[in-house]
Design a protein around this ligand. Structure first.
Ligand code: ADP
Length: 173
């Protein structure tokens, strides 16, 4: 069986992630979304919340599942018998980082192949951090995330509660 992982922070999952997931689900017999437990960034949602939001978003995709993991992504891939790792690439911003990550991961697990899918034009600008910032400032983000994520986000960062928003990295609105 061809198994791939799609690892990330998913804080929270966006329509950009979902676009990658739907496309990757057609390429592999099984796609396992790996929600990284402790990414090197401030988080808005707990690991359990992030996994729940992902699971609900992919409920209609029979060959896709989600689970959290700790430690090295290449070890997670080994645990679930994945031979490929999917990542999404947005214009310019992601390439250098993904390239460095790919080189390191290749050293750590030469058997794991990286498959990068180009972000669709409509989601090139979309990141979880910008999304959270827009939501916290009262912006309408309904077209950018599934409805249950929009509701969760409004509860978490709505009402001008900007202190909850993880904007430790990236540009600011
Ligand atoms: P990470 O902390 O690993 O970057 P993210 O949740 O931000 O976790 O992203 C997970 C993966 O999804 C990464 O490969 C990222 O480049 C990709 N990604 C994020 N947003 C988009 C988008 N709008 N379109 C396509 N891919 C995306």
């Amino acid at each position: 069986m061809t198994v791939a992982i799609y690892p990330g922070s998913f804080d929270p999952i966006t329509n950009g992630h979902l676009d990658v997931i739907r496309r990757a689900a057609k390429l592999f017999e099984k796609l396992i979304i790996g929600v990284y437990d402790r990414p090197n960034k401030l988080l808005t949602f707990t690991t359990e919340e992030r996994v729940k939001l992902v699971r609900r978003a992919v409920a209609d995709l029979p060959n896709v599942e989600a689970r959290s993991y700790v430690g090295l992504t290449v070890d997670f891939a080994r645990q679930v018998n994945a031979h490929a790792m999917v990542r999404g690439l947005r214009i310019s911003a992601d390439f250098e980082r993904e390239f460095d990550l790919a080189m390191m991961n290749r050293r750590l697990n030469p058997g794991l192949e990286l498959v990068c899918l180009m972000a669709s034009p409509e989601y090139q600008f979309l990141s979880s951090s910008l999304l959270k910032e827009a939501a916290s400032l009262g912006g309408n983000i309904d077209d950018l995330v599934p409805r249950h994520v929009s509701q969760a986000l409004k509860k978490k960062v709505g009402g001008g509660n900007v202190t909850n928003v993880a904007t430790a990295e990236g540009p600011f609105l």
